[in-house]
Design a protein around this ligand. Sequence first.
Ligand SMILES: C[S@@+](CC[C@H](N)C(=O)[O-])C[C@H]1O[C@@H](n2cnc3c(N)ncnc32)[C@H](O)[C@@H]1O
Length: 478
Amino acid sequence: MMYPRLKLARNLLTDDGVIFISIDDNEVENLRKLCDEIFGEDNYIDVFIWINKPEGRQISKNGAVGTHEYIMSYAKNSININEFKLSLKFLNELMPNTYNKFSHDILTDEYGDYIITHELYNGNSVFNEITRPNLVFDIYYNPETTDVICENVSESHLHDGYVKIPPKNNNVRNTKYKAWRWGRDKVVNEKHNLEFQQRNDSYVVYTKRRDFDITNVKDIITNINTNAGTQDINNLSLNGLFDFPKPVNLIKFLSSLIIKNNDIILDFFAGSSTIYEAIFNLNLKNNLSTHVIGVQIPEEVEEDSKAFKSGFETIADIGKERIRRAGDKIKSESNNNDLDTGFKVFKLDSSNLDKWNPDYDDVQKTLLDSVNNVVSGRSELDLVYEIIIKYGIDLSLAIEEYNCGEWTVYSVGYGALLICLDNDITKEIADFIIKLKNKLDPITLRVVFKDNGFVSDSDKTNIKETLKINNINEFITI
Ligand SMILES: C[S@@+](CC[C@H](N)C(=O)[O-])C[C@H]1O[C@@H](n2cnc3c(N)ncnc32)[C@H](O)[C@@H]1O
């Protein structure tokens, strides 16, 4: 069951994409093996542990009390995720600590909050003055002015008011020094991301970890367990409608490690739609427009459940209501009505167009039946969306309707695609489309009609030629 989905997930990832998979101890080893095969062992990032039930879950048949679950993570291609590596490493340190109440210091300077994480020395023991000469140098630090100077070890000399911080000695044969993790330019230019701490008469240099959304980390300290997920749902007055929702802060934190503006996040198991609430928060805080696609099977809720009694028939109904409420809440609390919390809902279905499937004993009848090739019961908008999907156009783009007498022209992407699915179309439509083109001024333009939508073949040809003269060459009929 998991294999095809993971395979599909990998295909859908961008080259710098990352997948997080939440799993408990029953399947964790199987998942690891599957993922190694599908994503490749080199792309394995980690299995993060999060303590979802600090007070203990159910007792297993052999008497152990479970407290944690796992989040397995793989990259599509680990060489493309360099910039996230520190975050991901950090997450690994953070997760187990949630159990003991996270104990790192969160400090503040003029650039905002930060956490001290690693010493600046390079963890890789083979990095030294021979293998990485550009990473071996002396750092001089002025505690008064906080100024920083870097010099070659062989040429360096003491500067007034500065303390010398040399690269550590290395015990590796034939080399003397251990490399820094940053080059000298970075040390000077980003000194505000370093913390210099006095230890007796010498200094230690740490990198400051500035989180994408640091308040998130603060939240995680106190607020990242299953009860928090339930509380998040209760905060939207949806009490008791969904079992074991993920905490918004967990999803917010994982997402904050990887998202860039305009990214698309896909949640294959949307459930109560926690992912939407998390992304609304991140978008607001960081001025991003990350999109979310949530997938949910049409699972019905139990008839004796609170959800059913409250009028919800499926899990997806609960999810949709959660998105609405979370959107309204964040907009009213932040006083920001421009935040985009809108969503569209699509149901997976067969094509709206009949397949050519002739009855060879009565081909004439099949031919006549095929004149109208739209499956009965489907709306014009169903067809419009199918065309949008076939052209690979963003489903979240606005669709506008323009009327030309009785006919409706749908405009997708501000005129990039114009669709008219009416019958009895005559050449007047061409003039209307040319006017629309001038008004909307799209960079490219395709026009789609129904093949049998024209009054006559000569109308069809006329329209096609008129559009062509006006530089509209993509004339498509379905
Ligand atoms: C553990 S819940 C997800 C929790 C969710 N992240 C939240 O915070 O509410 C798993 C959800 O996946 C759904 N699901 C199960 N199999 C599925 C499938 N094949 N495709 C899509 N959704 C599925 C279930 O109906 C359930 O709502």
